[in-house]
Design a protein around this ligand. Structure first.
Ligand code: HEM
Length: 393
């Protein structure tokens, strides 16, 4: 569905709207209109649509990515900022990230020990991002070797494959409700069953952490911290809030990061000059004895530019996440009624020839001349404003 809208946006210019039954959808593909979305109308557009999937797999649209703008959402953002992305937590979880990266590098070096070897990186990057996230949240590994519990890991992996068919705009009935009726409720039935299974899975994780509360090994995960907060604020940190956060962070943070890593590797392989410069930078900054302890992105500016250029050309969420207007507003001279769905076409803005020099070429060096500076509305892979990605640290 989103791909169709994205293709249509290419044909129909900076702003175009479509009406699906009672739902008005506006796709914004111009930087100046995006500026209006995230400055003048940032609060008005800070709501999310209520999709059927949100009802059944996001606790009736109350999780961080699905909930309406307001006190509950603000609280969830605060929890994520403190429990996952605060400097203290990021420092504490550094050992997890280093360990998982070491495992990946070891695996790659073992495979190429004898001779040049072909490696399928996509699944390895997925394992990396899932293992890092699940370890930070629940202290478990579900992919590769040293899996905590094989049967539990298998169930988790299956759920993560299945979820792809439910999230995003996968249900045309969310746009034309009559289609839900024609479908005879089959999609909703599947959603209910999936929601029940994910809920049971997340509940088991919570119960397990609750019963092992004094086991020091599991004291440092996000679930443990949230369970401690539950003691002081039981009405707010309910099991449902915790389950919603766990599932939302897994859905939102793993695939996006893995896909970006895959594009970075693809760009490096297709641009030997860039690869050589990146390798030189690592050799100079870190040396041949790659000590992960000393490896930090802030000391590798060229590598940073490679990642940013990759996110420009291949944003993991080309239309961001859908926003919904909570009041009447205007964008680019058009009046939008309340309850309009607004899709921001980051993909088109990142490739707009009026904003970027030679937009389709992969050139990390463009950022040497400050090409991405100045207009903060032309590079938006993580969105902007209140609903921007909390993972952009
Ligand atoms: C390369 C990696 C990533 C990209 C490109 C990305 C991109 C995005 C985008 C475009 C949005 C929607 C912004 C909007 O609505 O305007 C978003 C939202 C979100 N992201 Fe990310 N993301 C990434 C990684 C992560 C990670 C690692 C996490 C957490 C572990 C995360 C958690 C979230 C959450 C919870 C939201 C919903 C925020 C809200 O609605 O208030 N993301 N992300």
């Amino acid at each position: 569905m989103y791909r169709t809208l994205q293709n249509l946006a290419q044909e129909y210019g900076p702003i175009f709207s479509l009406r699906f039954g009672c739902r008005l959808v506006v796709v914004v593909s111009s930087s100046s209109a995006v500026e209006e979305c995230f400055t003048k109308n940032d609060v008005i557009l800070a709501n999310r649509p209520k999709f059927l999937a949100g009802k059944h797999i996001a606790y009736n649209n109350t999780t961080i990515a699905q909930s309406s703008y307001g006190d509950h959402w603000r609280n969830l953002r605060r929890i994520v900022a403190i429990e996952i992305f605060s400097t203290a937590r990021l420092n504490k979880s550094l050992t997890i990230r280093k360990d998982e990266i070491k495992r990946l590098i070891t695996k790659l070096s073992q495979r190429s020990l004898q001779d040049f070897a072909k490696v399928e990186l996509k699944s390895l990057f997925k394992e990396l991002t899932f293992n890092i996230t699940v370890r930070m949240i629940a202290g478990k590994r579900y992919y590769g070797e040293d899996v905590s519990d094989e049967e539990e890991a298998r169930r988790f992996r299956e759920l993560m494959v299945e979820v792809v068919s439910y999230i995003g705009a996968s249900n045309p009935g969310d746009f034309l409700p009559i289609l839900n009726w024609i479908d005879g409720g089959r999609f909703e039935k599947k959603l209910k069953s999936f929601g029940k299974r994910t809920d049971e899975f997340a509940q088991r994780l919570i119960d397990e952490h609750r019963s092992k509360k004094n086991n020091l090994e599991s004291m440092n995960t996000m679930i443990d911290h949230l369970l401690s907060s539950q003691e002081s604020e039981p009405d707010y940190h309910t099991d449902e809030t915790i389950k919603g956060l766990v599932l939302n962070l897994l859905f939102a943070g793993t695939d996006t990061s893995a896909v970006t890593l895959e594009w970075v590797m693809s760009n490096l392989l297709n641009h030997p000059n860039t690869l050589r410069k990146a390798r030189d930078e690592i050799d100079n900054q870190v040396g041949q004895e790659c000590l992960l302890d000393e490896l930090h992105l802030s000391t590798l500016p060229y590598l940073q530019k490679i990642i940013v250029e990759t996110l420009r050309l291949y944003p993991a969420a080309p239309l961001l996440l859908p926003h919904v207007s909570s009041d009447n507003c205007s964008i680019g001279g058009y009046d939008l009624p309340r309850d309009t769905m607004v899709l921001v076409n980051a993909w088109a803005i990142h490739r707009d020839p009026s904003l970027w020099d030679d937009p389709l070429s992969f050139k990390p060096e463009r950022f040497d001349n400050g090409e991405g500076d100045g207009d903060g509305f032309k590079l938006i892979p993580f969105g902007l404003g209140r609903r921007a990605c909390p993972g952009q640290v």
